[in-house]
Every structure is written in structure tokens, then in C-alpha cells.
Design a protein around this ligand. Structure first.
Ligand SMILES: [Zn+2]
Length: 445
């Protein structure tokens, strides 16, 4: 990486660290990818930057963290909505996905990376199949990510899938100057059997990477897992020994008392289950509402996530923040639940902790990596300004993101992408999605 010095000033800085400071007239210095100063501009040390960002109406904050996503599913945006989950999967999603090749997945992922950067997401966790080509592309984009090698029990050759996951995870360690961290993703307990899970756990023991999975998303899933495993998804994961590793579980909507006790147990510097909360996806698929305030009170790590575009239809963590802040109030009849500070924390440092990156990103602190976004507050919907954090959660829109810096490298500024060819990504996805839809319709009869 070429050495670089970036100054971000003047801005209002929202640190999102433990002290949760809002610093007016601030300066942030980034040197060789790391934060070397954050504080009042008047106190900043002498600094000669290569490039300067900032302005009086800009708010600087840590980049948003999307803890669960299937990036390439941008190809399915708007393809099938307003259907029951089982019918949706069987008649629409799976026939479409059956036609995907590695190039489709690469272009779907490139479009997702562009969308996320434009929306201020600097780190995301990804789960999809045929991951190699897509991972090369996202590594080149400069975004921070936890891609995964999927293990899907209903696909052929599970031992081969696990062997590939293990080999790839070993190869990927340290990729993208440390920005890209491999993980292994057994899809769920209802699609992967005991042999598959045991093989995955052996692999992560050896290569020491996180596990990403889906757990307790729907009532149907919990019943199905009880039938197959004689336990709830969380209790089955515990019994397998999966919770002795870093485990990121998407959804966790349907939980009992014992599940929550298990999830809160300390493990490897976090909670035994680290939760990716997907409020929009859970609403759209009518799965329910995860008991997130209760999980957080018990000390479970929770981050926000979009899930794939097919069940969202956007990769917009601002939308997830606003919905999370509203929905937990509505279902608890308590307007003090999911307050703005708590929700902003879940979208930044909380999400970083879920992904095991809390010591590297998620807040503006000296020594952390330079993942910083600037939000333009010179907009009608952001006036007047009483409370910056309130606006960030309840009023800011993804389109207000002006600049996105990852690892000290500017990747998006005033509508321009510096590393992703967004025009090509749009054209490729448009062309490929049309032909995939035609193929899927033909195969459905
Ligand atoms: Zn998912």
C-alpha cells in the first residue's frame, strides 16, 4: 500500500467509542491507514496531508458495519416479493440461484459493494456459494469484509465443500492487507446435518476463522430443528461445541429462556452467540421480531444487518437503524427501548464486535484503522440540529453520505467511486439478471 496522509477537517466528529463523544470543529488524521489523531481541530498536531476532506456541514463517524449479507443476491432485487417463505424459496429463489455461475456472483457482489460504499458501509459479512471469484473482486474494491465459504448440506459432496472451505480460509488469511478475513458458513442446522457440522467445527478449529450461520429465523425452522436434532437451534449449536468458536448467527428471532442464557455466556472475547439482527428481512418475510433489547441487556453482542437484497430490497444500514429503533418500541409498548445511542452503537462498534473486529474498527479512536464516513447535514430534512445522534438514527438517509474512507483510502466521494466500475457493474447485473430470470421461468415450467 502506498503511504498516505489524509486530513478530515473541519467536521463534527461522532466517535461511537465507549465515551460516545460528539466533538464540534474536529479534525481527524489518518496516516498509513490508521487514525493518528481525533479531537478538536484547535489542538491537532502539525500535519501535512496528501488529501483533505471535510466541511462545516459534515459529520464524521465510523463507517457502518453490515453483519449479515448475501451480496450477490442484488441479482434478485425485486424479482419476487410478497410471497410466503417456503413458496418464495422453492418457486422463485432456488430456481434462479440454480442458474448462477461464478461470473454472475462476481458481478452481483460488485454491485453490492458499490451500493454499500455509497451508503456508508465500510465493513460487511458475506455468505454465498462460489465465493472465490467474488472474493477477488471485493478484495480489489478496498472495502473491509468477512467473506465466507458456504457449506450447504442439500448440495452434493459436503466433505468436498468443507475441504474447499478449509483450504480457501487458509489461503485467504491476511488478504487485502488484512482487510479481508475469511470465515466458513454452514448455512443452518436444518440444511446441514451432524456430519457436516462436525466437519466444519474441525476445520475452524484448525484454521481459526469465524463461523457464520443462520439460526432461529422462523417458527418453522425451530420446529424442524427440534424434529431433526431434538433441541432448539441454539441448544443444538451448543451441544455440537460450535459455541466454543467465534460464531455469528443471523436472525435469532425465536428464542426461549435457555437459548438466551446460552447465548450470553462469554466465549472468545465476546458472547457465545454473536447476533446479526436483520429487522427489515424479518419483517418482509414475516418471520417475527428478534428480542434484541433483552439480548443486549443480558450482554449478547448484537450488530445490525441487511440480509440479502431478495428479502430487503436494499443494502442500507441507515434503514435498518431507523426500523430497529422503531420496531422494538412498537412491540414492547415502551418508547425507551432501542434508543438512538444504542441503535447507532449496534450499527458501528457493536457490529464490529460481532465480527471480531472491535479492536480494529467501529469507532473513531487513535490506533484504530481509518474507516471513516462523512455525512452531509446541509439538507432540509436535517434542520434544525438539536442532537446529531438523533438525526443519524431517525433522519439521515443513505443518500446523505458524502465521503467513504476505508483503511485510510478514499473509496467514494461526492458520487464518484474510486475503485469500483459502477457503470459496468450495473450493466452486467442488468443483462445477467434478465437472462437468469428467463432460465428460471423456463425451468419452473
Ligand atoms: Zn441470510
Amino acid at each position: 500500500m502506498t503511504p498516505s496522509r489524509i486530513a478530515i477537517t473541519p467536521v463534527t466528529a461522532v466517535t461511537c467509542d465507549e465515551s460516545f463523544q460528539v466533538i464540534p470543529d474536529a479534525a481527524i488524521h489518518l496516516e498509513d491507514g490508521a487514525i493518528t489523531y481525533v479531537g478538536p481541530a484547535a489542538d491537532a498536531p502539525e500535519f501535512t496531508p496528501h488529501e483533505t476532506f471535510g466541511g462545516p456541514h459534515l459529520v464524521a463517524m465510523p463507517g457502518l458495519v453490515n453483519t449479515h449479507c448475501h451480496a450477490a443476491m442484488t441479482l434478485l432485487r425485486g424479482y419476487a416479493d410478497d410471497m410466503a417463505l417456503e413458496e418464495w424459496l422453492q418457486t422463485k429463489i432456488w430456481p434462479f440461484e440454480g442458474g448462477l455461475d461464478a461470473e454472475d456472483i462476481h458481478w452481483g457482489t460488485q454491485l453490492a459493494v458499490a451500493e454499500m460504499l455509497q451508503n456508508g458501509v465500510t465493513t460487511f459479512a458475506d455468505m454465498y456459494f462460489q465465493h472465490r471469484r467474488a472474493t477477488e473482486g471485493l478484495t480489489a474494491s478496498g472495502i473491509r469484509a468477512l467473506p465466507s465459504a458456504a457449506v450447504i448440506g442439500v448440495f452434493p459432496d459436503v466433505p468436498g465443500q468443507v475441504a474447499e472451505a478449509r483450504a480457501w480460509a487458509r489461503e485467504m488469511k491476511g488478504a487485502g492487507e488484512g482487510r479481508v478475513l475469511p470465515s466458513i458458513a454452514p448455512h443452518s442446522l436444518y440444511t446441514c446435518d451432524r456430519d457436516a457440522w462436525t466437519a466444519v467445527i474441525e476445520a475452524v478449529e484448525e484454521v481459526e476463522v469465524p463461523i457464520q450461520t443462520h439460526a432461529s429465523e422462523t417458527r418453522f425452522e425451530v420446529e424442524e430443528v427440534r424434529r431433526q436434532w431434538g433441541a432448539t437451534p441454539i441448544q443444538a449449536l451448543d451441544e455440537l461445541g460450535a459455541l466454543e468458536h467465534h460464531l455469528i448467527a443471523a436472525h435469532c428471532v425465536h428464542l426461549d429462556e435457555r437459548d438466551m442464557e446460552i447465548m450470553a455466556r462469554p466465549s472468545r472475547g465476546g458472547s457465545a452467540v454473536r447476533v446479526a439482527h436483520n429487522p427489515t428481512s424479518n419483517c418482509k418475510l414475516a418471520s417475527g421480531v428478534a428480542p434484541v433489547p433483552e439480548l443486549r441487556r443480558r450482554g449478547v453482542d448484537v450488530g445490525l444487518a441487511t440480509d440479502g437484497v431478495a428479502s430487503n430490497n436494499r443494502l442500507d444500514v441507515w434503514g435498518e437503524m431507523r426500523l430497529a429503533a422503531l420496531i422494538h418500541k412498537a412491540v414492547s409498548f415502551d418508547p425507551t427501548e432501542a434508543d438512538a445511542d444504542a441503535v447507532l452503537r449496534m450499527a458501528t462498534l457493536g457490529g464490529a464486535e460481532v465480527l471480531g473486529l472491535g479492536d480494529r474498527v467501529g469507532s473513531l479512536e487513535v490506533g484504530k484503522r481509518g474507516d471513516v464516513i462523512l455525512v452531509d447535514f446541509d439538507k432540509p430534512h436535517l434542520h434544525p440540529l438539536h442532537n446529531v445522534v438523533s438525526h443519524l438514527v431517525y433522519a439521515v438517509d443513505a443518500r446523505d453520505v458524502e465521503t467513504v474512507v476505508v483503511d485510510g483510502r478514499p473509496l467514494f466521494h461526492r458520487g464518484e467511486f474510486r475503485t469500483v466500475d459502477v457503470e459496468q457493474a450495473k450493466a452486467e447485473v442488468q443483462r445477467r439478471a434478465r437472462s437468469l430470470a428467463r432460465k428460471a421461468e423456463a425451468s419452473a415450467g
